[in-house]
Design a protein around this ligand. Structure first.
Ligand code: SF4
Ligand code: SF4
Length: 471
């Protein structure tokens, strides 16, 4: 056994979680090859690290092997995980596409890298886009289509979205293909009547950004004319989530909070405000994201350091949990790729009919040159750039473009954001910097009664909580 097996490189282990209260303490072991966690006695963990498998009971060994904490000794784990990911993507039966039907947006966010124009997709181009998607569905024998509407601000092309949705939904219904859609919107036009029409077109999940409380948000997310937007967007979210059909159809809204030195100061108050509207009970979730460079605009200059963000994120999450918000699973699940750029037929379509691999490329001057484009709907059947930047991620990751091949989080991460690595930036997600804290938080959340006790203690300061100190 000892010679044939080894401790996987794809393992994260916490410090002792009960060192103060137990003479036989535990750790949490996170096997990133399966995305699963287990509690393990420290004394067994020490046998594991020493390769002394003979001193571990058979039942524990079986569990460790099923989690892929222990793997075959002769296996090149990076190559094996990559091979499995490529095979899983080739066999995927869901086609993911992003449609950016307008180059227009009412906002002029300070960190946005796009250059906007009053241009919506015209009818002829929109038909070519939907024909292209339908053709890919048939050629790839897909069983499901998942559409993301993005922009500019997608609701500036509202009627185009309704018409394109009709064509795609009709085609999928005819062919017995499942259909779902979601939208990233700035929320300014997200009125109940708009939501109701989108719901008819099966758009059920939305992402809307609020960058801190009122005045702070209004410093970063103003209209092009300089008008404030926070109150309008928040009212829209509250009004939409109050509609019975929002809950009945199991819709959801992800409130994205872009964090920099400014917005960080009002983050707890923003969470308080969202909770005061009862949004934690309305399938509204919160996501914290650092502001990064967008097409060479240096937007990250006021961001927290990656480490600083990682530490603070745990406190924000705990505070939000205390207020009743949920985060699904706090630690990431196993992932077969970083994002849509590695999926063979996944494409991004802009209002001019250009086809890209990544949704941050359209309308951004840095990415206007041909190497960033897969092609154009007019000529894609004959001219296709299979080497558009990011498309060769699975080959390039074996080289020096990033440290991913040496990272123990690779099976749950896939490589962060490939676009950033190709730009020479570091693209690790925040859990690179706080995974041990997240493991402890995940453990506590799953402990029966913990969340209720935590919420019921109004005096508790998140920074002083046992979940922070245990790690
Ligand atoms: S992006 Fe960062 S965290 Fe993800 S696999 Fe690469 S090095 Fe690891
Ligand atoms: S490369 Fe980065 S920005 Fe582009 S789709 Fe992937 S994660 Fe998003």
């Amino acid at each position: 056994m000892n010679n044939r097996y080894k401790l996987s490189s794809y393992v994260v282990v916490t410090d002792l979680i009960d060192a103060n209260t137990s003479s036989d303490p535990w750790r949490i072991v996170y096997a990133t090859r399966t995305g699963r966690t287990m509690k393990l006695k420290d004394r067994i963990y020490r046998h594991l690290v020493a390769g002394d498998f003979a001193r571990i009971s058979e039942s524990t060994l079986i569990e460790l092997m099923s989690l892929e904490v222990i793997v075959r000794a002769d296996e090149d784990e990076f190559e094996e995980v990559l091979r499995q990911n490529i095979a899983a993507l080739e066999n995927s039966k869901t086609l993911d596409v992003t449609i950016q039907p307008t180059a227009n947006c009412q906002l002029g966010c300070t960190y946005c890298g796009q250059v906007h124009q009053k241009k919506n997709v015209d009818t002829e181009t929109s038909v070519k886009i939907t024909d292209r998607i339908c053709g890919n569905l048939v050629r790839g024998q897909y069983e499901a289509l998942s559409v993301e509407w993005f922009g500019g601000e997608p609701l500036m092309a509202f009627s185009e979205i309704l018409r394109m949705s009709d064509r795609l939904i009709g085609f999928c219904a005819d062919k017995g293909i499942r259909y779902d859609a979601r939208m990233i919107t700035n929320g300014l036009s997200f009125k109940p009547a708009v939501f109701q029409q989108l719901l008819e077109k099966q758009v059920t999940h939305f992402q809307i950004t609020l960058d801190g409380l009122g005045k702070t948000h209004d410093l970063m997310r103003i209209t092009k004319e300089g008008a404030k937007t926070f109150d309008i967007i928040l009212k829209n979210i509250v009004d939409v989530t109050s509609l019975p059909e929002y809950m009945e159809r199991r819709c959801s809204i992800l409130v994205r909070i872009n964090v920099n030195e400014r917005s960080v100061k009002t983050l707890f108050k923003l969470i308080d405000l969202l909770a005061s509207h009862g949004l934690q009970h309305k399938r509204v979730r919160i996501d914290f994201a650092p502001i990064v460079d967008w097409g060479g605009n240096n937007a990250q200059k006021d961001s927290l350091t990656a480490d600083g963000f990682g530490v603070a994120e745990i406190d924000w999450m705990m505070y939000a949990i205390k207020k009743g918000f949920t985060f699904g699973r706090v630690v990431p699940n196993k992932k077969i790729g970083p994002c849509m750029v590695v999926k063979p037929d996944s494409e991004v379509y802009d209002a001019g009919g250009n086809i890209y691999p990544c949704y941050e490329y359209p309308y951004t001057p840095k990415y206007e040159t041909p190497e960033y484009r897969i092609g154009h709907v007019d000529s894609i059947d004959t001219v296709r750039n299979a080497d558009a930047v990011t498309k060769n991620w699975f080959t390039d990751i074996k080289g020096d473009i990033s440290p991913c091949k040496r990272c123990n989080l690779f099976p749950v991460c896939g490589g962060g954001c490939p676009k950033q690595w190709y730009n020479g930036d570091v693209a690790c997600p925040s859990y690179k910097y706080n995974i041990e804290d997240k493991l402890v938080l995940d453990y506590l959340i799953n402990k029966k009664g913990f969340v209720e006790r935590y919420r019921d203690n109004p005096a508790q300061d998140p920074a002083q909580d046992p979940a922070r100190t245990a790690a």
